[in-house]
Design a protein around this ligand. Structure first.
Ligand code: 1GP
Length: 249
């Protein structure tokens, strides 16, 4: 087991990831730095990435900012091979399995693979699955989103991901989604795959109740992006509340 992988697996069911979009962070560096410093102790890791509007240069600048205030691992959440950088600790090496385009399933990965190898990055093999409205990631990635009311289709994808050897599955409702992934959908998947894959759930998580219901349903980690950007106090409240529960267990 590798370093970041171990940190995440040791903290199953309690990981909170903050997602930083370089395009937004670099416009308000001081604010993000201050808020990240406040959030740092309670989070598992910082994901840096997004779908549009930046390249390696901005990813690097964002990682420098993270390192200046927070000592948690930085994981690239790539929207393209141009986001791969040696400055990160690890990368969600993702395949968007329900894309209609081979570009997002295997072609970008071919280009990215050499960079990951050259930079010696820890690759976390991740099946990326778009559900519900899917947001920008779904649109850019030309996904065929899995409807919330069809957990059995999600389960088929997760099982296929498991049998193909993916260790991580990221269930994505889309950044800023009106509806987050329903906990019942997470539960249906967890009941079948157990701990065979590490489940990350993101998109539209805005309240403590939602965050806890997803973790209780079997998510190994949840992602907070838009909330941390728009209402950092609330995001930090969620993080602190999950941390408090962790220490009581
Ligand atoms: C997006 O799942 C992440 O890829 C985070 O979504 O911005 O809605 O928190 P939010």
């Amino acid at each position: 087991m590798t370093a970041v992988d171990k940190v995440l697996l040791d903290n199953r069911g309690k990981n909170v990831f903050i997602l930083l979009d370089p395009d937004k962070v670099l416009k308000e560096k001081d604010t993000y730095a201050k808020n990240l410093q406040r959030a740092c102790s309670g989070i598992a890791s910082v994901l840096v990435g997004g779908s549009t509007g930046f390249s390696q240069c901005e990813v690097n600048e964002t990682i420098d900012l993270v390192r200046s205030v927070c000592n948690k691992p930085v994981i690239i959440f790539p929207g393209s091979p141009a986001h791969v950088t040696p400055k990160a600790d690890a990368i969600l090496f993702m395949s968007l399995l329900n894309s209609r385009k081979t570009k997002f399933i295997i072609e970008d990965q071919l280009e990215g693979s050499l960079l990951v190898w050259k930079y010696g990055l820890e690759a976390l093999p991740t099946a990326y699955l778009i559900v519900g409205e899917g947001g920008t990631a779904g649109w850019i990635g030309d996904a065929n989103p899995i409807p919330f009311e069809k957990p059995e289709i999600l389960l088929m994808y997760v099982l296929a991901a498991k049998y193909l050897g993916f260790k991580y599955v990221y269930i994505e409702a889309g950044s800023g989604a009106k509806r987050h992934v329903p906990p019942e959908m997470v539960k249906a998947v967890k009941n079948v795959v157990g701990n065979d894959v590490f489940l990350i759930v993101g998109g539209g998580i805005r309240t403590i109740e939602t965050a806890k219901s997803l973790l209780n349903a079997g998510a190994d980690g949840i992602v907070l992006g838009t909330l941390f950007e728009r209402d950092p106090d609330r995001a930090i409240e969620i993080i602190n509340s999950i941390t408090r529960e962790k220490s009581m267990r």
